[in-house]
Every structure is written in C-alpha cells, then in structure tokens.
Design a binder for this molecule. Sequence first.
Ligand SMILES: Cc1ncc(COP(=O)(O)O)c(C=O)c1O
Length: 411
Amino acid sequence: MYDIQHIREDFPILSREVYGRPLVYLDNAATTQKPLCVLDAMREEYLNVNANVHRGVHYLSQQATDLHEAAREKVRQFINAAKTEEIVFTRGTTEALNLVASSFCESQMQEGDEVLVSDMEHHSNIVPWQLQAQRRGIVVRHLPISDDGLLCLDDVEAYLTERTKLVSITHVSNVLGTVNPIEDIIAMAHSHGIPVMVDAAQSAPHFKIDVQAMDCDFLAFSGHKMYGPTGIGVLYGKEEWLDRLPPYQGGGEMIDKVSWERTTFERLPFKFEAGTPDYVATHGLATAIDYIERIGMDNIQAHEQELTRYCMEQLQSVDGIHIYGPQSSKLKVESSKDAVVSFNVGDIHHLDMGTLLDRLGIAVRTGHHCAQPLMARLGISGTVRASFALYNTKEEVDVLVQGIHRVSQMF
Ligand SMILES: Cc1ncc(COP(=O)(O)O)c(C=O)c1O
C-alpha cells in the first residue's frame, strides 16, 4: 500500500504554511524536497566522519572514502550500469552535459560535424553545444516536434547525416512531460554508428532507468530533482567512450603523475573528477536512492501517473485552458507523459497566474522553464507548470484546480 500520509511525514517542509495557508508544493521538476533520512545522513557525516576523500591514510578519511565509493556503487545499481568506473560524479545534469560537450567535441568532432538535439531541450542541452559551435565550428541541428509535443522517428532518421557525430536528447521534457521513445532513437542512431547522450534529469526521479537495456552511451541526471541534495549529479558513460575522451577539468584527484614535462591522468572515473568532490552530497544522494527504493520506483511511477492523469482530467473544467504536450485524450498517459502539466488559461499571463496561485499557498513554476526555443516553437512566452513528486496528493491537485478557477474569475 502507498501510505502517502506516512511518506509526507518524512518531509517536514510539506507541513509548513505560506501566507497563512498550507503549502502545496508543485514545483518538483525544478527541485524536490528532501526527506529527513537524507538530511540526517548528511548531518551525521559532517558531525562524525568529515574528512577529505581518497587522500588520507587516517581513519576518518578512509571512512569518508568508503561512504563516497559506496554511493558510486549505489548509483551504479540504480541505473544498472555495468561498472562503477562508468559513474562520474558531477555537480548536476548541466555539468555532465558540459563535460561531454567539451570533451567529445574536442576529441571526436571536426569543423562542420553535427550534433543532433531536439526542439524540446532544456537550455543545458543546447547552450553547451552552441559554445562548442562557436569555438570549434561544429553544427547544432534540432529535431522538430509535433504540435502535441512529440518527436517523430522518421524525422530522427532524416536528420542523421554523414556529419552527425552525436545525438543528445532529453528522455523526458521538463515542460511538456513528453516521454521520448529513447530506446528507438538510440537503436536508430546506433544503426548509423552514432553514439547517444540522454538527458535523464526529468526521468531518473520518476521511473526505472536501465542504461544497459537502453544502450545509451552517456546519460546525465541531478540529485536534487530526486530527493537528494543540490550540487551533486551523475554522468554515466560507457567505459569505451569515457576512455576515449580527454579530461574536462584539471586539478587534484584526476592525475596519475604530474611533472613539468608531462602529466598523466588517473584511471576512470577519477580522470573526470578534478578537485575535492562533494562527498557529503554523494552520501546524501545514495541515501535518497535508498529512500526511493524503499518506497519502490514502480509504486512511485504508478502514483505520479495517477496524479498526472487526474490533474489533466480536472483541468478540463477550467474555461479557456490550454494544456501543452501530449494530450491524455489521444494518448496513454503512462507511455507518453510524465509527471509534468504545463498550461495557460485564456489571456491570463503565466506570471500573473503563478503569482496569484502563490498567494493561495500553491508553488508552481512560471515562465520559459529554461526552454526558450521550445517556447518559440509553441508561439508563447511561457507557461504555468505543475510538476509532481512521490509525496503529492489528489487533494493538492484539487487545491490547484480550485485556485486556477479562483484566479480565472479575477480576470
Ligand atoms: C530536462 C532537464 N535537463 C537539464 C536540467 C538541468 O539540471 P541542473 O540544473 O540540475 O543541472 C533540467 C533542470 O531543470 C532539466 O529539467
């Protein structure tokens, strides 16, 4: 049984009030709240274990190193990677994407070579490639999407050319909730010998990821969007690819030997981890994964899909509402839409709607959601976005829908 009341008790922030009203937190695609077990684990490490990792022979350093490396193993299991060498800790999805953009373009791409992204990418899967386009003359191409916010596999085939060296695609859109057919895209790219990077920032918190079954070459996600701390994320890369890429940053930890004549680099994954890692955050992330696994990813997915379906249904009662992305009437929510609902109501500006909902205690995101090219494609300046996590309830969806009715009546 999914004991939602019990789960909510793990997140004390959910019991607070804002403007004298109970908080309804529906901005989970931006960041999730943290359960007590994550906060306790990090506090305990700072209180009783704290020491720099991989460097000291002393007891505390070894204990901190053990926790840090146990976190790597936990992440490996979480995404079913073949080896811990394939798990690189980064500050988040953004840094993982920048790492691959920089190291892949430097070593694998020539001027005129192409990277293929899509019209529904977050800026962090656009701008790193654009920086490389400016620096190295690579070309960034973007797959079109349908009005319903879906990619078409025929387009993927058509956009792969002899110059395509990498496909970098989001697994789930942070605006539309679209779940892309990532296995099919990867199989298609691989049939042309092209590797694929997956932005899993919005999928890793919501359903089971199996990088070996998916057969992706790189995959990135952020700890803070899945009940872990901020400032920690993961880059998964197939060993054969990580081996081929040059380091991203230089410094301590990532070297084998340094001399004025020649510096050699550490083995994987340390080659990509310059400087002191956030070893307390890695332990926090591992604790968050334990928490997710205790509840069960399948249970979380079922709960969030039910909320998404319910929200889409209830929003139909709002006059003039336009919901962006896959429509539940046409598609099965389960297979094509994840825990994100983006909408606008008539001519009401998304910022006005968000601000007035906030006064009712409802936290939603408004604006372009770091996806300005997608906004341009949809012909809008922004949306209101409600996004769900494992602790949200149907009652909260009801409060949201009532709030939208109330705001609509003011205009
Ligand atoms: C699809 C997607 N990719 C990348 C990111 C960037 O994640 P972070 O800011 O944690 O690096 C986000 C964050 O909203 C996202 O939704």
